[in-house]
Write a new protein. Structure first.
Length: 382
């Protein structure tokens, strides 16, 4: 029987706004965790001020479309002109990072209260049983002869070619069966006995500099590849793939190194925005008290080794295990005499920043290395 529970939320002092004002940090009402309305309950305040996840996602949708469309257009335009798919990827990365940077610089921060069910495990009804085969690759070595060409030099400076027969060793692999894994998973009935809410800080624009750059590289390279394919079919031009054998590995390495430095600088700037716009709030809200609840026992997982190497199949009774039984313990809410969850207050300080200047520089360096390598490829192909 499901029990409907009405969670009584405690009275707290409330912030005047859930949006960070454009004023000095010392006067920022959003950072405060209390205000001047002691007679309003937290439940009433959440109802009046919460931003649902669906509303937040609608606001983010336009930013996502802008970043994806912009990166894709940049890729198509830059496709064949700037070194094919490689150049398009670079252009897409730059466009995506730029738009993501602007999105993050302009976007605000919303406080969102997410709903969570309080579920109580009521009964262990049984278990599911499945097996999976495992094995290994076994190497087999063999010898073979091969003619190898050599260049010789005459006394007059001319060259000639001669051949020798050399013996070499090759290897191939075959799969060898080793046995089966036998696994048991408990099946438990759960009952919803209540719910609660937790606070979160969400950026209005989910597409930031790094996400924009990643989307840009992928969309740009794809767009450039499409343009290359069309150009090759209509004009008979060669594509990036057909030219890869002519590239300088050293040049690609230098491009990656330069891209790493530039990407680290760009990542540092993105991290600086995160730190400058960081919002910190402290909230106290009710959460369920939990305990570890013993549910019963099921057969233990075990491994069947077929030492002979022959596969006789996983012949075994699914109701038992050579290793005996294992206890099933689940985290459950503590219930009162009425069957309702016992609640306790939790105080939590959360912040909106996703990364710092240091971690931003590290992420930017990785993206920059990829973009720099593509830039080197593009330059060599132009």
């Amino acid at each position: 029987m499901k029990i409907n529970q009405k969670v009584i939320l405690p009275d707290i002092k409330l912030p005047e706004s859930i949006k960070k004002p454009e004023e000095k940090a010392s006067e920022d009402k959003f950072i405060q965790s209390s205000g001047e309305t002691p007679h309003r309950s937290l439940k009433e305040w959440i109802s009046d001020n919460k931003t649902s996840e669906s509303e937040s996602n609608k606001k983010n949708l336009s930013g996502k479309k802008l970043a994806i469309a912009g990166a894709g257009v940049a890729g198509v335009i830059a496709g064949y002109v700037f070194g094919g798919a490689a150049g398009a990827g670079v252009m897409g990365a730059v466009a995506g990072y730029s738009m993501g940077y602007m999105n993050e610089a302009k976007g605000g921060i919303n406080e969102v209260w997410k709903d969570h069910d309080i579920n109580n495990p009521t009964k262990l009804t049984g278990w599911s049983y499945h097996t999976s085969e495992f094995g290994h690759q076994e190497p087999h070595y063999y010898t073979y002869t091969e003619q190898v060409s050599h260049t010789g030099h005459n006394s007059d400076g001319t060259t000639y070619t001669y051949y020798t027969t050399e013996q070499k060793t090759g290897v191939y692999y075959t799969y060898k069966h080793d046995g089966y894994y036998h696994n048991y998973n408990p099946q438990i009935d759960w009952q919803k006995v209540g719910d609660f809410k937790t606070p979160h800080l969400v950026n209005e624009n989910l597409i930031g500099p790094f996400a924009g750059a990643g989307i840009g590289i992928a969309a740009g390279a794809a767009g450039g590849g499409i343009v290359e394919g069309i150009s090759s079919a209509l004009l008979g031009t060669t594509t990036t793939l057909s030219k890869l054998g002519t590239l300088s590995g050293g040049g690609v390495g230098i491009g990656a190194a330069v891209g790493t430095v530039i990407g680290a600088a760009a990542g540092y700037m993105a991290g600086k925005i995160q730190e400058n716009k960081n919002v910190v709030i402290t909230r106290t809200y009710p959460v369920p008290v939990t305990e570890e609840k013993y549910m019963g026992e099921i057969p233990s997982d075990w491994t069947q080794y077929d030492w002979t190497g022959f596969d006789f199949g996983p012949h075994h009774s699914p109701d038992s295990s050579p290793n005996g039984k294992t206890s099933v313990v689940k985290t459950a809410p503590v219930l009162n005499e009425e069957g309702k969850p016992v609640m306790t207050d939790k105080t939590e300080t959360i912040e909106s920043k996703k990364y710092t200047k240091v971690s931003g520089a590290a992420i930017g360096a990785a993206i920059g290395a990829a973009a720099g390598a593509l830039a080197s490829v593009a330059i060599q192909l132009i």
